[in-house]
Write a new protein. Structure first.
Length: 174
């Protein structure tokens, strides 16, 4: 493990020497990995890193911020569960439609889904979204219990229960 300094802060880095022609600096999961040719002296590598220290520091900082954004707090998950539960109850009554099963999990492809078996899945990532946006996703999936498509009838049902749904849909697409 090696170190360089930027603005009084120490930055640790891993040095890997191999049969390559250039020096490469990679920031991966908050760690600095430096790949360098076998024959280059460590002093020269440090010189290159010192010149790039501001860039390295900013990339590490950016990496940490992105990681914090990704981490969903337990409190947010609890709030999501409550909002989903309340919204399901609200729209069950309004639409006279009852899902078979409702679950919240991390899904990659959508904010929510509804199967032909009437199982609704809500994306865990909604935990960081405003309440009305979560409610829109729940309503959207509940409407799929009646229309398993995005037909005019489907969107009319969504709109008749949430006139401003387009605003919330825009927030999801940002």
């Amino acid at each position: 493990m090696n170190e360089l300094e930027y603005n009084g802060e120490k930055i640790q880095y891993y040095l890997k020497k191999s049969k390559i022609k250039n020096i490469y600096i990679q920031i991966k999961e908050g760690k600095v990995i430096v790949k360098a040719p076998l024959k280059i002296k460590d002093e020269y590598i440090k010189e290159v890193l010192n010149k790039k220290s501001k860039w390295i520091y900013e990339k590490i900082k950016q990496n940490k911020e992105q990681k914090q954004e990704k981490e969903i707090k337990q409190e947010d998950i609890y709030n999501l569960e409550q909002i989903v539960k309340e919204s399901i109850e609200k729209y069950q009554e309004k639409l006279n439609l009852i899902p078979n099963k409702v679950r919240i999990k991390d899904i990659k492809y959508a904010w929510g889904s509804c199967t032909s078996n009437k199982n609704i899945t809500i994306n865990l990532k909604l935990a960081t979204k405003p309440k009305k946006v979560i409610e829109y996703v729940v309503l959207h999936e509940m409407c799929h219990l009646k229309y398993m498509n995005h037909s005019k009838n489907f969107w009319n049902l969504v709109e008749s229960n949430m006139h401003e749904y387009k605003e919330y849909k825009k927030i999801l697409n940002k």
